[in-house]
Design a protein around this ligand. Structure first.
Ligand code: GDP
Ligand code: MG
Length: 731
């Protein structure tokens, strides 16, 4: 008999338990892998037992795996005891699968039953036995429990007429078809038939197993070449269709096979033991089918409540700081391009983005708590059930969350995280829909518009818009999966890490890392784009003749003033008399009109205006258009550009209003426009970096698809919202 199993499954313990001192250790010739053999008596039979090296698999990757496989096919033991760790059944059964495929006479020793029980795992050996169709005997190798039953089962197996009996596992249509033709060829030529079952050899060819390939070459080069050609064709096909090698598909299907067996009532979790893991107890509530999702929504809502209420004051302070800074520059620098660039391009632009740092920080802090405690993995686990309905995979959940599923992520790592998906279609569907999530860059836009137009219920609206992002992303995924990306789902395995108490240090580090990324981006990329957009919004300046026109108007006004009043206005500081105040107000209006004329005549302004006939359908005026175009570069730019666009058209009367207030007071904006704009911003083309990333992960074709599909889709939504909203007069 031979003992096979994963490392640490208890092989040596059982070996010692059975053979006692009657054993000897040697090395396999030429390699440093232990060869341990012993003997003992059971029911008047002398049994020789070999302890094989521990392996997780039987490929040709390591000496241990080769030794195990060679021993089994060359020595042909009468019984192979597969020792399996019951507390880790899923992983251990992977080797079992391969032993079944090889067809060795198998008895499964379900070891560590005590450990499993302590963990609240109850395993029904008889159910497993029925499903696997091999004897399964529960044992505790350390105490000797189950020893007699195990040996009886082994003896029973030897008394039957023993034939090797290979098990067929299906590897999906593509591979099964190939396997059939490989098997036909192998049986026809009897290639390696003295050692391996035909299907086993065929599988090894598909797995690209070096040892078997070499043996095949030596035994029958012609047949081997034909087999290799068939395999090369299939491999190219799976790479094209699934983006994976056949080996990966084979591994997937083996796990799928195990999963389907375990799901049929083999494992039940009992929770009445005292030494039950706290994590399992918590999970029983938090991932409960009914209570779990409700708690999840509550927690998310709590996150928004916390973020918005705690960041409210700091955001106002920062706004004031930037406002003050703007005034300082305004008072100290002479009028002109430099001043305009510093105020409108740098301070209003970057300040608009940096102003949200406290909010971002509190959001990241909340997410760090969820992540470090292990709760985020539970969210993924629960969402898996929902995801399947929409044709996505459990592994799609993490990319969604990373991209901003809880608001505040980034689609770039989200797109990269889709690499864990093995099915190309599920991966594409995930890749194309993760940019719908509310990433950290959309957060300031959301905060700005929600803060300005729905200030009484900020957390609730934030929550609503997050839900909306999910709903839209999932529906879009479903549409993609039932049209351009139609295909079958793949199985999903996910481990839940135990709950941990997050450390304050860890939380602060995580919060800071992400906040710093945000600040860095505002100081570099956003600053650059902001200045560029400022230039586009400033040049070529006023149309010919207009400069003189405004200058004349101002002069005419000043001419009406007395010397004293004129001096008052020139002085800029100090209280103004009533007359001077009126006059300065009138001058401000002229300045305002001048600025607006300049903006409208600028490159960006013209472009924004030329789009206006179309965007009016969604309620966007030309200034908003400028910001939305800027948003293609990076979504943060929307806020900074709105800041610039609406500060340029504003009076320079020294009083700095927050952007939110300006929008609220602007005629072109109201609640309906705000919602239409929000929806458009949430769902239109991903930012430039994300598009490049999508192209790199798939192709430029898909990247362009993503730009056009998203933009058209977002625009239609915005138009519907605006038209319906205005029809019911909700603005
Ligand atoms: P091998 O790598 O498969 O040879 O595993 P070992 O026989 O070295 O066992 C690994 C560890 O598991 C050792 O610390 C054993 O004492 C322990 N162990 C083995 N069987 C049992 C069991 O049934 N119950 C418990 N609690 N521990 C066991
Ligand atoms: Mg050992």
């Amino acid at each position: 008999m031979a003992l096979a199993g994963n490392p640490n499954a208890g092989k040596t313990t059982l070996f010692n338990q059975l053979t006692g001192a009657r054993q000897h250790v040697g090395n396999y010739p030429g390699i440093t892998v232990d060869h341990k053999e012993g003997f003992f008596h059971h029911k008047n039979q002398k049994i020789t037992l070999t302890d094989l090296p521990g392996t997780y698999s039987m490929t040709a990757y390591s000496a241990e795996e080769l030794v195990t496989r060679d021993y089994l096919v060359n020595e042909r033991p009468q019984v192979v005891i597969n020792i399996v760790d019951a507390s880790n059944l899923e992983r251990n059964l992977y080797l079992t699968c391969q032993l079944l495929e090889l067809g060795v006479p198998l008895v499964i020793a379900l070891n560590m039953m005590d450990v499993a029980k302590d963990r609240g795992i109850e395993i029904k050996a008889e159910v497993l036995e029925k499903l696997l169709q091999v004897p399964v005997v529960p044992i505790i190798a350390r105490s000797g429990f189950g020893r007699e039953e195990l040996l009886d089962a082994c003896i029973r197996l030897t008394t039957k007429e023993q034939q090797w009996n290979p098990r067929d596992i299906s590897y999906g249509e593509d591979l099964d078809t190939t396997l059939t033709s490989l098997v036909a060829k192998i049986e026809e030529t009897a290639l390696l038939r003295d050692c391996y079952p035909a299907r086993y050899t065929a599988i090894k060819y598909l797995e690209n197993d070096e040892q078997i390939l070499e043996k095949g070459q030596q035994a029958d080069p012609d047949t081997a070449r034909i087999l290799e050609e068939i395999v090369a064709g299939t491999s190219a096909h799976t790479q094209k269709t699934f983006d994976v090698y056949p080996e990966a598909l084979i591994a997937d299907h083996r796990y799928g096979y195990i999963k389907s067996i375990l799901r049929q009532g083999v494992i039940t979790h009992t929770f009445d033991t005292d030494r039950l893991y706290t994590s399992d107890k918590i999970d029983k509530v938090l991932t409960n089918r009914l209570v779990g999702p409700a708690i999840m929504l509550l927690i998310l809502f709590g996150v928004y409540q916390f973020t918005f209420s705690w960041s409210e004051l700091p955001v106002i302070w920062l706004e004031n700081v930037f406002g003050w800074l703007g005034n300082q520059v305004d008072n100290r620098l002479p009028d002109g391009l430099l001043k305009s660039m510093i105020i409108s391009g740098v301070i209003d632009g970057v300040g608009g983005v940096l102003g949200f740092v406290p909010l971002i920080m509190f959001m990241f802090f909340s997410i760090a708590i969820l992540e470090d405690s292990g709760y985020l993995a539970r969210v993924a686990f629960m969402m898996d059930r929902v995801f399947r309905i929409f044709g996505l995979h459990g592994s799609s959940v993490m990319p969604f969350i990373v991209s901003g599923g809880i608001a505040g992520g980034c689609a770039v790592p989200g797109v990269m995280a889709t690499r864990t998906l093995r099915s190309p279609k599920e991966r594409m569907a995930t890749l194309l829909t993760v940019p719908f999530m509310n990433c950290g860059a959309k957060l300031p836009v959301l905060a700005l518009l929600i803060g300005a137009f729905f200030s009484d219920n900020k957390a609730r609206y934030m929550f609503l818009f997050t839900m909306l992002a999910w709903v839209v992303a999932l529906v879009a995924a479903k549409i993609l999966r039932s049209t351009v990306l139609r295909g079958a789902p793949t199985p999903f395995v996910m481990e839940l890490p135990p709950y941990r108490f997050p450390t304050l240090r860890g939380l602060l580090i995580h919060t800071w890392e992400r906040t710093y990324q945000y600040i860095k981006k505002a100081g570099t990329v956003i600053l650059g784009i902001s200045i560029l957009l400022w230039a586009l919004m400033t040049f070529p300046g006023l149309p010919d003749g207009k400069t003189a026109f405004f200058e004349q108007q101002r002069e005419a006004l000043m001419a009406t003033a007395t010397t004293a009043v004129a001096a008052e206005i020139q002085a800029t500081d100090g209280e103004l008399s009533e007359q001077a105040a009126i006059l300065s107000q009138q001058i401000a209006q002229i300045n305002n009109a001048e600025n607006e004329a300049r903006l409208q005549n600028s490159i960006a302004g013209k472009f924004g205006s030329s789009l206006e006939p179309l965007t009016r359908l969604a309620g966007f005026e030309w200034r908003t258009n400028i910001a939305l175009i800027g948003g293609f570069a990076a979504k943060e730019v929307i806020v900074s550009t709105l800041g610039t666009a609406y500060s340029m058209g504003e009076t320079n009367d020294g009083e700095s209003e927050s952007l939110g207030k300006r929008l609220k007071n602007d005629n072109a904006w109201n609640r309906v426009v705000a919602v239409a704009a929000l929806v458009f911003i949430m769902f239109y083309a991903p930012c430039f970096v994300t598009v490049v990333c999508i192209a790199k992960e798939s192709s430029w074709k898909w990247a362009f698809f993503s730009i056009t599909f998203n933009t058209v889709f977002a625009f239609i939504m915005a138009v519907v919202i605006y038209q319906v909203g205005m029809f019911f007069n909700l603005g």
